[in-house]
Design a protein around this ligand. Structure first.
Ligand code: SF4
Length: 180
């Protein structure tokens, strides 16, 4: 009982700055998804499609508990973290991802401007990886932009499956890395 109370407190206290929540979108990964667009990005990629998302003070604070309820309210949709860059709020997104996995088992995609190798080399950032099924990594590079690409903007970005449950038949999947 005590542990349950502590878990609930953490979920209520941890907050994520959210710009937008899209429900039943098909743009951010395979199938229907609930997409959380967070505020804040310091990568500042030239040609970024969403520079208004760079402001770390943008959007509004929403608790992990509230975001989890949005996920649970849709029985069928899986989940995508996008931005901005979710890894600038990695502690709260890690908590949200952990709760999603433990309480719903839903599949999670995460977009980030960091590369997979940069995340692996950073103990703090890498804590989210065990809860992520697919990482779409790397900055947007305008010279490598290709509108034909599925679920990514430029060809340097990779769709990296971290769990085997994912469909690796998506065009543009360049890596299948069983993380666990
Ligand atoms: S990582 Fe994404 S949101 Fe951030 S500047 Fe690059 S394209 Fe824009």
């Amino acid at each position: 009982m005590c542990n349950l109370l502590i878990i609930r407190d953490v979920g209520a206290m941890m907050k994520i700055r959210i710009l937008d929540i899209l429900e039943e979108t098909m743009a951010d990964g395979p199938g229907f998804r609930t997409s959380f667009y967070c505020a804040g990005c310091a990568h500042h990629c030239p040609g970024c499609h969403n520079p208004q998302s760079w402001d770390f003070a943008g959007g509004r604070e929403v608790s992990v508990d509230e975001l989890l309820e949005v996920v649970k309210a849709d029985e069928f949709s899986n989940v995508t973290f996008s931005g901005g860059d979710p890894l600038y709020q990695v502690e709260a997104f890690t908590e949200l991802a952990r709760r999603i996995k433990e309480e719903t088992g839903k599949n999670i995609w995460c977009y980030t401007g960091f590369t997979y190798e940069e995340i692996l080399a950073d103990e703090r950032l890498s804590r989210i990886l065990p809860y992520i099924d697919t990482l779409v990594d790397g900055p947007f590079v305008a010279e490598l932009r290709d509108p034909e690409l599925h679920f990514r903007g430029s060809s340097n970005q990779r769709i990296i499956h971290l769990t085997k449950e994912e469909d690796d038949a998506i065009p543009g999947t360049v890596s299948v890395i069983p993380f666990k």
